[in-house]
Design a protein around this ligand. Structure first.
Ligand SMILES: *Cc1c(COP(=O)(O)O)cnc(C)c1O
Length: 373
């Protein structure tokens, strides 16, 4: 029998399952020419806020803008320091700089890979104004500790939920702990548009209003510019697509968790292989299934030759990127993030991954590990 090839993600497979609904929603937007703002955007904002359990949702062009808009809303100013995890996508830190502040990197926990609260304590200075915990790979950060520290030191918390739609900590959905939560709907994210899209959720009406204005040239009504802003809009087509997909998200999340369960059951206990560790109070939504192996590059090559696509998320932690050379950080400053970048490998995980594909991935990883011991 021919081995199945396994892509890292298969967006077309998902489209096939909801094609009729998606095509109709797109046709409706075109029929009504509701390309910018309009009923679809209003509807998605309302439905997303309600599903996350936050009073306000401010949609915008992408998840990077969501972080930027939130920090503009929080009135970041020159000299302000914002603590961010060393392991994340660069949006988390670049937006701090763009909004006028200074990102201060903090190492991640060696088991959960989320920001390490003990390390946050060491990074606090009189200039610290906020913390951006990232619910990385789909696992919530330790929000109990992060919120406690924030309260003690009078800091805001902006949650980067780009990889963790509907993930929960002690039963509460991420994005509802901090003053705001930012989301990305990049196509490959757990809830993905067919282009760029993003949003910020918040319980604070005044912050929501300010962010709404800022994202729309500084005014909610045309011609009424209260402040200078930017153009960061969610367009009608993307909103319509997201609104079709949102009701499926719970079921897709469960499917991701089932795949993770299969990987866990069949790969646990293999010497040299580290599987994702999920802390008991946290519900992981498995945007990524990240394993670790000392011979990660060989494993990736081995899987690639078998037709299995993997990705390294991320090969260089933020402090070590050329973009942050100005800080002069050393590998020893962020030992956990550095160890992770050297050994991590993301296996294919998406709701439509077939049982046959899952088994093939498992068998191939087992085969590699057997051969290296
Ligand atoms: C994807 C992502 C973003 C940015 O989202 P875009 O929509 O691509 O701008 C921000 N933070 C994290 C952790 C992400 O994974």
């Amino acid at each position: 029998m021919k081995n199945p090839s396994v892509p890292f993600v298969d967006l077309h497979a998902q489209y096939q399952t909801i094609k009729v609904e998606i095509d109709q929603a797109i046709a409706d937007v075109i029929e009504n020419s509701s390309f910018i703002r309009g009923a679809q955007v209003e509807s998605f904002e309302k439905n997303f806020a309600s599903r996350v359990g936050s009073p306000h949702c401010v949609s915008c062009a992408n998840g990077t803008d969501a972080l930027y808009i939130a920090m503009i809303g929080l009135k970041l100013k020159a000299g302000d320091e914002v603590i961010v995890p060393a392991m994340s996508w660069i949006s988390t830190s670049e937006t701090v700089t763009q909004a006028g502040g200074t990102p201060v990197f903090c190492d991640v926990d060696q088991d959960t890979y989320t920001i390490d609260p003990d390390c946050i304590k060491q990074k606090l200075t009189s200039r610290t104004v906020g913390i951006i915990p990232v619910h990385i790979y789909g696992q919530p950060a330790d929000m109990a500790s992060v919120m406690k520290l924030a309260e003690e030191h009078n800091l805001w918390v902006l949650e980067d939920c780009a990889q963790a739609h509907l993930a929960t900590f002690n039963g509460r959905t991420v994005g509802t702990f901090g003053v705001a939560g930012s989301f990305s709907f990049y196509p490959g994210k757990n809830l993905g548009a067919m282009g760029d899209a993003g949003a910020v959720v918040t319980a604070h009406a005044d912050l929501a209003h300010y962010m709404t204005m800022f994202a729309r040239h500084g005014g909610v009504r045309k011609g009424d510019h209260q402040i200078e802003g930017i153009n960061s809009r969610l367009d009608g087509l993307q909103a319509a697509i997201l609104d079709v997909k949102l009701p499926h998200l719970d079921q897709w999340t469960k499917a991701r968790q089932r795949v993770a369960g299969v990987y866990h059951e069949k790969l646990k206990g293999i010497p040299g292989l580290t599987l994702p560790m999920c802390a008991p109070e946290r519900e992981h939504v498995f945007h990524l299934y990240v394993i670790r192996h000392q011979r990660r590059n060989e494993l990736a090559q081995f899987l690639s030759e078998k037709g299995i696509q993997t990705v390294i998320n991320y090969p260089v932690s933020l402090p070590f990127l050329p973009a942050y050379k100005r800080y002069g950080h050393q590998h020893a400053d962020f030992p956990n993030a550095f160890a992770l970048q050297e050994t991590c490998l993301s296996l294919p995980i998406f709701p439509e991954l077939t049982a046959e594909q899952q088994q093939y991935v498992v068998d191939s990883v087992v085969e590699f590990c057997a051969g290296t011991h």
